[in-house]
Ligand binder design. Sequence first.
Ligand code: COI
Length: 344
Amino acid sequence: MASPSINSSEEINWDEIGFGIIPTDTMCLMKCSTEEADTFSEATLVPYGNLHLLPSAGILNHGQGVIEGLKAYRTKDGHILLFRPEENGTRLKIGAERMCMPSPSVEQFVDAVKQTVLANKRWVPPVGKGSLYIRPLLMGTGSVLGIAPAPECTLLIYVTPVKTYHTGPLNLVIKDKLYRAICGSGGTGGVKSVVNYSPAYKALKEARAEGFSDILYLDAATGKFIEELSSCNIFLVKGKAISTPTAGGNILPGITRKSIIEIAIDLGYKVTERAVAVDELMEADEVFCTGTAVGVNPVASITHNNIRAEYKTGAEAVSQKLLQTLVGIQTGHIQDTRGWTLQI
Ligand code: COI
C-alpha cells in the first residue's frame, strides 16, 4: 500500500497509514570491524537519512545482510511495550553466523532497539491505530571484491509506523517450480537473510497479476510439502488440531509463529510441528499465516493446479481468537504472564 506523505507525527492521520515507509526522526548505527575484535561500538543515534557506503560494500555487491522485524505498541495508558525483543536479538545472532558476520550481544541489541524507539516515541501510533515497526539490518559495510566477508559490519535500526501487512483474508496460489529461498538444509531459508526476499518478487508479481494475494511455496526437493509464504509462516486447522511446518532448514523460525503455538496450546488446541503435505490443504477447516508484519492473518482460499480450496474466516475463526489474544498481550490489554513484553 502506498504511504501517505507525512513529515511530522503531528500531521499524521493515523487512519491513513498502511504498511510502508514513513520517514521518522532517528535511526541507530553500531559498527564492528572484523579485522579487530568482533565487538560492536556503542549505539549511535543519528537523524534518519541516507547511508554513506562504498560502492564495494559487501551488502551492495553480494547481499551480505540479515534483517529482523519487531514492533513497539502503545498501551491504553500511554506506555510503550516491545514484544519479545530478546528473541530477535538471538535470531539475529544465528542469521549473522550463517552469513559470516559478527553480531552484537542480545543485551546490546535490545538496548539499541530501546534507544531507537524512545528517540522516535512520537511515532508509536495510539492504541488501536497500528504499531511502530522496527527494522534492524545487520550488513557487511566494509569493502570487498572477491567472495569474502566484508571487513566491517554495521547494525542499522530504523523504525516506521505501520498497520498490518495485509488488509483482509488472503487468496493464495501455489506455483510449481518457483521457490522462496535458496533451498535445502544448507541454504538460507531458515534465517532472515536479505537474499531470501527479492527472489520472491517474480512469483509474487505473477500471482498478483492473476488476482492472488501471495504465494504458498512448496519444498524444492520433492514439491510435496508446504513451506511458507513470501513473508510469513503458515498454519492449518482441522478440528482441535493445528499443524505448522517444522521450522529450521528452509522455514523461518518466526517469533509470532512460536508465540501463537504457545497461545493455541493454552486455548486447548493440539499443535504439531511437522512436515505438512500439500494434499492436506484440501482437508483443512482453516488456514492462517503468522509473522511480525502480518500478525495473524486468515487465508480464505488456496489454489493449486487450478483447484481452489476455501477456508473458514471471520469472527468465529480460530485465527481470530489467536489474533485477539496475541494483540491483547502485545498492547497490555491482556495480562502478560510469560514475560513477553518489555515496557520501555
Ligand atoms: C516481518 O514480518 O517482520 C518481515 O520481516 C517480513 C517482511 C515484511 C519482509
